[in-house]
Each structure stands twice: as C-alpha cells, then as structure tokens.
Design a binder for this molecule. Sequence first.
Ligand code: DP6
Length: 349
Amino acid sequence: MVKVVTCTAPVNIAVIKYWGKRNAALILPTNDSLSVTLSQDILHSKTTIAASPDFSHDRLWLNGKEEDITKNKRMHNCFRETRALRKQLEDSSAEPLEPLSTYPVHVCSENNFPTAAGLASSASGLAALVFTLARLFDLPTSTSDLSRIARQGSGSACRSLFGGFVAWEMGSRDDGADSLAVQVAPETHWPELQALICVVDDAKKGTSSTEGMQNTVATSPLLQHRIRDVVPERMRDMKKAILDRDFQTFAEITMRDSNQFHAVCLDTFPPIFYLNDVSRAIIRLIHEYNATSPDGRLKAAYTYDAGPNAVIYAPKQNMKEIIHLITRYFPGADFVDPYNFFPEGEVVG
Ligand code: DP6
C-alpha cells in the first residue's frame, strides 16, 4: 500500500522581523514578528510525500536532487512530531487505522522561485512539509498547533501556515508550547494591499539567517534595545494598522522595521551585509516617490529580508506608477506579471 499526498504552501514576508533565537534547538525567538502571506499562485513550495511499508528508509529530494535526510535535523524534528501525533491517533482509535506512523516516507519538495536568495524559501518549504505530513497522517490538529511543529523546521515557516496577516507570538515557556502563529486578519481583509517583488540578485546568500541571527544575539547590543524597547510597541501598532487598513502606519512601521533589522545586522560583530547598491537605490527611490505625495501620505513601503531583494507593499492604485518608476530607473527591468520584477529579464517559476 502506498499513500501519496501533495500540498503547496505560500511565501510570507515579514513586516516586523524575526531575528534572534532564545533557544536554538526548539527555535524559540527573542521577539514577536508579523508577516503578510503572499498569493500562492505566484510563489510557493510544493511537497509530495509518499508513505509505504515497502520503502526501506526515509528519502528526500529537494528541487529534483536527492539530499541526505539524516543530515537534516530540522526536517527530522517535523517527522518526529507529526509521527508522534499519528501514533496517538492510531493508539486511541476504536477502528484499526493503517499504521502510517511506522512507514518510511519519500519526500519530494520544490520551489518555483530562487532558493535561499532571501525570498523565504525555507518558510514555504517547511510549512509545505508539515502541512503535507498532517494531511498524509489525517491529523485533526489545529493550524496554530501545526505552526508549533513547522516552527521547529524553520522559525518563519510557522507563519506560512496561515494566509493573510499573521503574527508569530514568541511565547514565554521554556518548552515552546506557547510559541506559535496566529492569524491577525484573513487575506480577504485588505485586498487593495499588493506586494511587488524585485529580484535584485537570485544567487544564494552569503550568511544564512540561522547563522547570522545567532551571531547577532551573541554580539549586538542594538538587538537588546530592539527586543526590549521597540518590537512590543510596533507589534501593537502594526496589528491595529492592519485591522484599520491604515496604510500610513503600516508603511512607516514596515520600512522602519526593515531598516532596524539591517542596522542590527550591521551592529553584529563582524557585521553582516545583506543589502547591495541596487537595494539601497530602491530604498531611495521609494522615499523620493513618497515625497511626491500631494497630501504627505505614504504611497509605498519597502522591506528586505536576509538578502538584497526588495518587496514593495503598496495600495493597488499605486502599483502601475511604481512599476513605471522602477523600469525608468532600472532600464533592464522585465515584468513577469504585475507582482514580479526581474531586472535581468529572467523568468523564475
Ligand atoms: C530575515 O526563519 O529563515 O526572514 O528559524 O533559523 O530557519 P531559522 O530562520 P528563518 O529566518 C527568517 C529571518 C527573516 C525575518 C522574518 O522572516 O521574520
């Protein structure tokens, strides 16, 4: 008997960044974070899992290439947790259930966008893995409970299990039981808000998020100020801005938080550089564009994760103008669709 399940999971882009772990093994963060989940139609990870008693051992293919699954501790955490839940189900069921918890699995996962180029590939990848395992094992687990498992695969993955606007509450317990994702508002809440992705460079980044944030925790005094004095208030204000569809506040916090995250990277010793000259030129362009607003209200916001690629959030009515501006200042720009921008004319996906 072979059981096969395929699922996809979307990318999320944080507007209040997660950067720092208080427990690296359980992936418990040093601050709350908040993200917007992007439409799956454009960027997603797709995972197929087959379970069979005839397989000899667990195997994994990432973007078509077989990887040594035994070396992937984070994936192993997700298998262990979901198999334990399946085992509980098998043990407590009145009807005999297929002993899926004991079957080896074959996992095949692919992204339709550049891996590790600061485009949240680990978030969608691990979210797709956990969601597919939950479906394979018929787990009656809630999405927030699944997010606790996805968190142990990659922190930001916990937010990709929900659509719309999602908070990852850091929690305070040592075992991580209260460190999970919750939906602040569904995707239908603010349909005028759109995201434009500018792929400045799709090469694999120099310093991984995992390694970078641990160096920041160990060496940056600015991170302590951010955790204690900045993020709690931003989380409150950002949630309210989202619920009120207040773009002015949303945009200002988004840009300030991206800037502070990169300042914290610079405050790490030795410093970590994720932005390049093109990223900085886009930041200047957005500020100049905002300065042209007749009523002084912000028209667009940028944010950057652990890489040089920009994500620009703006109300739908401004997107045409923004795309026009970017093509004017970056003449090589090529558009795959209104939400994607590839300067080298490269089509990804
Ligand atoms: C800058 O979730 O990739 O994108 O938990 O070590 O897997 P690990 O890190 P990861 O870090 C993401 C960092 C970020 C900000 C964010 O998404 O909140």
